[in-house]
Write a protein that binds this ligand. Structure first.
Ligand code: FAD
Length: 117
């Protein structure tokens, strides 16, 4: 059904945007507590993702490739990597992970201070 496919794609785009932006803002040197929070956030994201078929695939992916929580760079690259695995499964183009730092801005404080945003 075309309508359902459109809705699923819209949900996917919004979700990836939030996920990549969250990872792009994760601390460069996270505390143990922040690292645990990210791991839990991602596990619950995968568990509660509203498209059940997608959630099932993504939970398997997380098992095979556990989230990298050591810092912003590792976390962002991990996010790009797993999104690319989903892209491949769906027959989509692979994204260049060198671009992931630049691609996800939130328009919030830390960026503003550096004159970026
Ligand atoms: P999207 O894949 O939504 O990407 C949006 C934008 O992000 C792209 O235009 C590009 O600018 C950028 N981008 C692309 N790749 C990367 C990357 N590797 N790193 C950073 N940025 C990137 N759909 C299904 O039909 N079946 C599924 O099983 C399924 N599982 C999903 C699981 C999860 C966890 C999520 C979040 C979504 C899932 N989706 C699934 C939706 C699917 O991944 C797409 O979001 C949807 O098909 C729309 O695709 P799109 O081509 O617009 O680009």
């Amino acid at each position: 059904h075309l309508g359902n496919e459109t809705l699923k794609a819209e949900l996917g785009r919004a979700s990836w945007k939030l996920l990549h932006t969250t990872l792009a803002r994760f601390p460069e040197s996270p505390s143990a507590d922040e690292r645990a929070a990210l791991a839990q956030y991602l596990a619950l994201f995968a568990r509660l993702y509203p498209c059940g078929e997608c959630a099932g695939h993504f939970q398997k992916l997380l098992k095979e490739y556990p989230p990298q929580t050591s810092g912003r760079k590792a976390a962002s690259q991990w996010g790009c990597f797993v999104h690319n695995l989903v892209n491949e499964r769906l027959g989509k183009e692979v994204f260049d992970c060198m671009m992931v730092g630049e691609a996800y801005k939130c328009g919030c404080a830390e960026e503003d201070e550096k004159g970026k945003g």
